[in-house]
Design a protein around this ligand. Structure first.
Ligand code: ATP
Length: 235
């Protein structure tokens, strides 16, 4: 039903040895929602994303459309429709643009051509550079490729860890504009973004994370009146 969240995490936590990088944390993404996780360096944003997708061992429960997916591997989660674009993009730099996209489509081998066309429509630049090695693309193009590759897996929830990192402001807003468009098309989005103005412009809801826990959750249309927000992320 409409009330069941697309993604729900209950008391998810993760540690690196004795460092409790992520304290028990609960959050959700509703169907059709674009949610941003905002917070300073070292707050635990990447750890949270990795814990949700089991790239980092974690405790607690994760539900996808009400189904308990807590014990599923990253690969199984992708089959369910939960796909992450990692920080640093994780492209195969010695492979071409085309090869990177095809690898991303491994879950749906029969639909590769259709999905490629959809990616080219979104990012015409990638089509012009199909035979170029991923490692030689500009930062913005690499981010487009990373998102394109994730789309090849047909995500229902797309998770992105700081897609604007290291990009010129104009390129960053172009990328974030694409995310808004994907969200309009019905893909749920969970986004880590350190630049508050961008995060607030884009998202319907924001979680602010600090020192390994969510300290506040806000709807973006309420934020103007929330004077305390700045002290959570300005540093
Ligand atoms: P940034 O914006 O700088 O990427 P972040 O909010 O994503 O920061 P995390 O990368 O999740 O933060 O890190 C949270 C805490 O966990 C930090 O104190 C970090 O030093 C620590 N940490 C992260 N990865 C490891 C690791 N592999 N081993 C030990 N500690 C780690």
């Amino acid at each position: 039903t409409a009330d069941v969240p697309l993604l729900e995490a209950k008391d998810i936590s993760a540690s690196y040895g004795h460092v409790h990088a992520l304290k028990p944390t609960s959050l959700h993404v509703a169907e059709g929602e674009l949610v941003t996780i905002l917070g300073p360096n070292g707050a635990g944003k990447t750890t949270l994303m990795r814990a949700l997708t089991r790239l980092t061992p974690s405790r607690g429960n994760v539900f996808f459309r009400g189904r308990d997916v807590s014990r599923l591997s990253t690969n199984r989660l992708a089959r369910c429709g939960i796909v992450m674009v990692q920080e640093g993009r994780g492209l195969f730099s010695q492979m071409t643009v085309r090869e990177n996209l095809v690898v991303g489509g491994y879950l749906h081998p029969g639909d590769i051509d259709t999905h490629l066309q959809a990616v080219f429509e979104l990012f015409p630049r990638l089509k012009e550079r199909l035979d170029q090695l991923a490692g030689t693309l500009s930062g913005g193009e690499q981010q487009m490729l990373a998102i394109g590759r994730a789309l090849m897996a047909k995500p229902q929830l797309l998770m992105l860890d700081e897609p604007s990192l290291g990009l010129a402001p104009r390129v960053a807003s172009e990328i974030l504009g694409t995310l808004r468009e994907l969200n309009r098309r019905g893909i749920g989005i969970l986004l880590v973004e350190q630049k508050a103005p961008l995060a607030l412009k884009l998202a319907q809801r924001v979680y602010v994370i600090s020192l390994g826990r969510i300290v506040v959750e806000l709807k973006t249309d309420e934020i103007e009146s929330h004077h305390d927000l700045a002290r959570y992320y300005l540093h």
